[in-house]
Design a protein around this ligand. Structure first.
Ligand code: CDP
Ligand code: CDP
Length: 223
């Protein structure tokens, strides 16, 4: 069984996908974290994505692993835990440009498909239903109004004690969504057979219940 959850930034994909995976006893895979880890590594190694040789070397040598600890995904690069570091503002601002590069997508999509071939997965990202796992049994396109998504991000940062400005967060989200939707390879787009779930005004539990319900319906259809 494979569940694909795609959608724009701040729609609640990671939060919801993680809980759905726990409820259904499946493996959760946050593909955005993989693009973020590649972006962080390019920054720390001083590798520009315009330098194709440098990028190829990086992708050939990067040791990227995902592990689950206490139900939460942690990300390691070359043995170092980068789970928090990949959420920095610098990485967030650059990730869409790095993720649009064909070499980066080729490498990470291959890793994602290999993981999904071994386990039942709930995978979240931008192109899971349209490109990575086109045969997923359940596809969900999660969204919410841009204002609500910016508010959620602001609240999340405030809870971590990080100062942020609502207008700036809204512009950053808009810009990232635009880049992700307009790129040539596997842009952010709702798959034809995905169920649209608008989470504006919905609690996390409500959204999780809805997806678990959709999953149950799919299982019913198959038996
Ligand atoms: O959680 P948040 O919405 O901030 O983003 P993310 O899921 O961590 O993804 C970060 C970035 O990685 C996205 O803005 C995309 O540029 C890229 N990404 C992608 O291209 N394809 C995916 N399947 C997942 C993420
Ligand atoms: O992965 P994505 O960027 O789509 O979103 P996320 O990181 O899972 O969620 C962004 C923030 O919105 C988190 O702080 C969630 O707790 C919150 N959230 C919410 O308030 N209500 C929902 N229905 C879903 C998420």
């Amino acid at each position: 069984m494979k569940i694909a959850i795609d959608g724009p930034a701040g729609a609640g994909k990671s939060t919801v996908a993680q809980r759905v995976a726990k409820r259904l006893g499946m493996l959760y895979v946050d593909t955005g974290a993989m693009y973020r880890a590649a972006t962080l590594t390019a920054l720390t190694r001083g590798c520009s994505i315009e330098d194709e040789q440098c990028l190829r070397d990086l992708l050939d040598t990067i040791d990227l692993t995902l592990e689950i600890h206490d139900g939460m995904q942690r990300v390691y690069v070359d043995g170092e835990d980068v789970t928090e570091a990949i959420r920095s503002l610098e990485v967030t601002r650059r990730v869409s440009t790095v993720a649009a590069h064909p070499l980066v997508r080729e490498k990470l999509v291959d890793m994602q498909r290999r993981i999904a071939s071994r386990k039942n997965v709930v995978m979240d990202g931008r192109d899971i239903g349209t490109s990575v796992l086109p045969d997923a049994e359940l596809k969900v396109f999660l969204t919410a109004s841009i204002e609500e998504r910016a508010r959620r991000r602001l609240q999340e940062l405030e809870q971590k004690g990080v100062k942020a400005e609502y207008g700036e967060l809204l512009r950053d989200i808009e810009e990232r969504d635009r880049k992700d939707s307009e790129r040539e390879i596997a842009p952010l787009k709702q798959a034809k057979d995905a169920v649209l779930v608008d989470t504006t005004g919905c609690s996390i539990d409500e959204v999780v219940d809805r997806i678990v319900c959709l999953h149950r319906e799919k299982i019913g259809e198959r038996t």
